[in-house]
Design a protein around this ligand. Structure first.
Ligand code: NDP
Ligand code: DGY
Length: 329
């Protein structure tokens, strides 16, 4: 007689798109699932409770997975699968120490995020939110030569901080607007930069020579607070700053001062610290700052694919098999 195999326990920290849940429900005999069945983040106490004894954890970028969570989970935990490409919410050292595998979602969200970043850049540089507001509030009195003028990409220099998957996809999309020079910075020069005529330059050169600066690097101890007073003071007064990586790359107090004083022309942020940004935050009082609620990858199809990939990673990790996208530590 076959011994009955015990099901592995999985905790899912949020309601996720059905593409992933369908795969999970088809994986009969592998795991039993408990889930924080809500569109809102799991409270910390519920996370610590839910993860107890789990073999697998499926989490989101809003869940801080640190030693406390890993201790609460205990020694069963084999795999953490995050529905994100960013992994700055995971305590990598602690995870590695415990021999836990990590799954994440690179590539599948690159196009959506690059598209949103370009949309944010254009909206910020051409002052779209201000224009829409003026139409609604009666501020549109007539066509005026300098009213709501902004900055165009044609003939410009664009600087990309972090020419990785998303940085490259942004650069590819911006070039056809007539960009003259494409500068980039990072830890190492990239062979793939040739495709976009990218010039690898020191950060200071990029900051002082760019008309548009796009931040698309990962958040690490080195990039945390990278865009601070010294950074903004080197930018051109006519330059536009865009961040779609992580809020903590920017010192927001310094950004506020740079925008308020006219040190830089405008900023577009898809990511902030904290998230959500409080509605009384000073940045939201500025007309030259466009803030979006972290929607880089938010297309239905991208989120569906992310959900599916996250579950495939989870199942691979649980069963000791290949994971389609494993983060090698
Ligand atoms: P990649 O790993 O492909 O790219 C990350 C880039 O960051 C690399 O080019 C790397 O360059 C660069 N980088 C690392 N350290 C530094 C540094 N000190 N200075 C400058 N650049 C640095 O990741 P992706 O392109 O797939 O994603 C990038 C980030 O975008 C994610 O980590 C996530 O935080 C964010 N993201 C945001 C989304 C949103 O909704 N707004 C959606 C998806 C992702 P090098 O190799 O030279 O170190
Ligand atoms: C990520 O995946 O890291 C994004 O921030 C959300 O898709």
């Amino acid at each position: 007689m076959n011994a009955v195999r015990e099901l592995m326990k999985v905790f899912i920290t949020r309601r996720i798109p059905e593409e992933g849940m369908k795969i999970l429900s088809g994986a009969t005999g592998v795991c039993e699932v408990s889930q924080w069945d809500s569109d809102e983040p799991v409270p910390r106490a519920e996370l610590l409770k839910g993860v107890q004894g789990a073999h697998g954890l499926l989490c989101l970028l809003s869940d801080k997975i640190d030693a406390e969570v890993l201790d609460a989970a205990g020694p069963n935990l084999k795999v953490i699968s995050t529905m994100s490409v960013g992994f700055d919410h995971l305590a990598l050292d602690e995870i590695k120490k415990r021999g836990i595998r990590i799954g994440y979602t690179p590539d599948v969200l690159t196009d959506a995020t690059a598209e949103l970043t370009v949309a944010l850049l254009l909206a910020t540089a051409r002052r779209l939110p201000e224009g829409v507001e003026e139409v609604k509030n009666g501020g549109w009195s007539s066509w005026k030569p300098l009213w709501l003028c902004g900055y165009g990409l044609s003939g410009s220099t664009v600087g990309v901080i972090g020419l990785g998957r998303i940085g490259m996809a942004i650069a590819r999309r911006l070039l056809p607007f007539g960009v003259k020079r494409l500068l980039y910075t990072g830890r190492t020069a990239k062979a793939h930069a040739a495709e976009v005529n990218g010039e690898f330059v020191p950060l200071d050169t990029l900051v002082s020579e760019s008309d548009f600066i796009v931040v698309s690097c990962s958040l690490t101890p080195e990039t945390q607070g990278l865009c601070d007073e010294a950074f903004f003071s080197k930018m051109k007064k006519t330059a536009v700053f865009i961040n779609s990586s992580r809020g903590a790359v920017v010192n927001q107090e310094d950004l506020y001062e740079a925008l308020k004083s006219g040190q830089i022309a405008a900023a577009g942020l898809d990511v902030t610290t904290p998230e959500p940004l409080p509605t009384n935050h000073p940045l939201l009082t500025l007309k030259n700052c466009v803030v979006l609620p972290h929607i880089g990858s938010a297309t239905y199809s991208t989120r569906g694919v992310m959900s599916a990939l996250t579950v495939q990673n989870l199942l691979g990790g649980l069963q000791g098999l290949d994971m389609p996208s494993e983060l090698r530590l």
